[in-house]
Design a protein around this ligand. Structure first.
Ligand code: AOF
Ligand code: ZN
Length: 362
C-alpha cells in the first residue's frame, strides 16, 4: 500500500460522516504500523470527537513511531473536544501524512507546526485535490461565513423542466430521483422560491435510508405560503425557515405558531438573497441546495454566489413554447457573457444522466 492508498482509505472513511458533521468538515484517519493498519476513525457527527481522536482513543496498542494519515490538518485548539495534536503527541506517532491544510484561522498551519516542533515528521499534500473536494462546502464556509450554494434541476433533452400545463411528475426516473435525495443529505439546507410551493406543494425532505433532512428555506417575499402547505404542516418536525420582505404580523404569528422560523431581509419588496445567505451563515448553515423554479434560479444566478450545478437530463422530448425552462429571468444577451461550468463530471443514472460542475466566477 502506498501513501496515496492509505489516504484514499481515510477519504472513504470521512465520507461516512456525510450529512452529520456540518458545519464542520468530514475527516477520516488511518494509522499504520509495520505495514499494517492498526486503527482508523472518522468524524462521525458534529460536536463529537474528531477523526484522529476517534482512531487513537479506541486503540490500545503501542503506537510509538506509527504513521498517521489524516485528510485534514490536525487541529491544535481546544474546541468542543481537546486538540488532536495533543493525542497524536501523547501516543508517540512518528509521522503524520496530511491531505489538505485546514483554513480554519484557529488551525491554519499551526497544527502541522506544533507536530514538527515536537519532532514528528509531517508530510503534506497527499491526495490534496481529492481531500479539498471532499470538503468544498467547509472550505468555502469557514473562509467566508457564507454558505456554499449549489443549484439542482431536472430537465428533458429539449431543456424543459415541466410541460406547458405545468406537469413535472416526473421528469427523471427513480434512480436519478434517489440520487437527488443523496444531495439533500449532503447539503444542510434546501431552498426554493414560493412558486414551487404553490405549484408542487413539496415536502423537501430526504427520503433515503440513513437520510438527514435538510433545513427547508422558502423565499416568499410577500408571505403567500399557505398554512395548509406540507412544509408548514410539518414545520414542527423539520426545521423550516420562510424568508420574506414584506411584513404581515397576523400571518407571521400564524406561521410561528406552526413552528416556522422567519427571516426578514429589509431591502425593497423582494427577499435580498445575499443578505439571506449571510443570515443563514450566521445560523451555522454551511450549505444550500437550490431546487428551483426557473424564475428563482434566474434571480440567484445573478448573485454570483452559486458555486456548483447539478443538472439531471432525462432522454425525453416534450416541446412547447410555454413549457418552463430551468433558468428564466432576462438572461444574457451575448454568448460570451455566459456563466461557464468547469471540471464537469457526468454520471449515468438509469436512462438519465447527471452533469455536475463548478460555476466559474466572473
Ligand atoms: C471536526 N472533525 O475530524 C477535525 C476537525 O467544533 P470543534 O470544536 O469540533 O472544532 C471544529 C474544527 O476543528 C473544524 O473547523 C476544523 O478546523 C478542525 N478539525 N473538525 O469537526 C475533525 N479534524
Ligand atoms: Zn481535531
Amino acid at each position: 500500500m502506498t501513501n496515496n492508498d492509505y489516504m484514499q482509505l481515510a477519504i472513504d472513511l470521512a465520507k461516512k460522516g456525510v450529512g452529520r458533521t456540518s458545519p464542520n468538515p468530514m475527516v477520516g484517519c488511518v494509522v499504520v504500523k509495520n505495514g499494517k493498519i492498526v486503527t482508523e476513525g472518522y468524524h462521525e457527527k458534529y460536536g463529537g470527537y474528531h477523526a484522529e481522536r476517534n482512531a487513537l482513543s479506541k486503540c490500545r496498542e503501542d503506537l510509538a513511531g506509527a504513521d498517521l494519515y489524516v485528510t485534514l490538518e490536525p487541529c491544535c485548539h481546544q474546541g468542543q473536544t481537546p486538540p488532536c495534536t495533543d493525542i497524536i503527541l501523547e501516543r508517540g506517532i512518528g509521522r503524520v501524512f496530511i491531505g489538505s491544510m485546514d483554513p480554519n484561522p484557529l488551525v491554519a498551519g499551526k497544527g502541522a507546526k506544533i507536530l514538527k516542533s515536537h519532532g514528528v515528521e509531517v508530510v503534506t499534500g497527499i491526495l490534496e485535490q481529492e481531500c479539498r473536494e471532499l470538503n468544498e462546502v467547509f472550505f468555502e464556509y469557514i473562509s467566508t461565513g457564507i454558505p456554499f450554494v449549489a443549484m439542482k434541476y431536472a430537465m428533458t433533452l429539449d431543456g424543459k423542466i415541466a410541460t406547458y400545463t405545468g406537469d413535472s411528475r416526473w421528469v427523471t426516473g427513480e434512480v436519478a430521483r434517489s440520487h437527488v435525495h443523496e444531495l439533500r443529505r449532503r447539503y444542510s439546507s434546501i431552498m426554493v422560491g414560493i412558486g414551487t410551493v404553490l405549484v408542487d406543494d413539496p415536502m423537501l425532505n430526504c427520503r433515503i435510508d440513513e437520510g438527514v433532512d435538510p433545513v427547508r428555506v422558502i423565499c416568499d417575499s410577500r408571505l403567500r405560503i399557505p398554512l395548509e402547505s406540507q412544509v408548514v404542516k410539518t414545520a414542527k418536525e423539520i426545521r423550516t425557515i420562510v424568508a420574506h420582505a414584506v411584513s404581515d404580523p397576523e400571518k407571521e404569528d400564524r406561521l410561528r405558531e406552526a413552528g416556522v422560523e422567519l427571516i426578514r431581509t429589509d431591502q425593497g419588496d423582494k427577499v435580498d438573497f445575499v443578505e439571506l445567505l449571510r443570515e443563514l451563515g450566521r445560523q451555522k448553515i454551511d450549505s444550500v441546495l437550490i431546487e428551483g423554479g426557473g424564475t428563482f434560479h434566474g434571480t440567484v444566478l445573478k448573485s454570483g454566489l452559486v458555486k456548483r450545478i447539478y443538472c439531471y437530463v432525462a432522454p425525453k422530448l416534450i416541446g412547447g413554447r410555454e413549457a418552463k425552462s430551468p433558468v428564466e429571468g432576462d438572461g444574457f444577451s451575448l454568448m460570451r457573457e455566459a456563466l461557464e461550468i468547469a471540471e464537469t463530471e457526468i454520471v449515468k443514472l438509469g436512462e438519465d444522466i447527471c452533469i455536475t460542475g463548478k460555476v466559474l466566477g466572473k
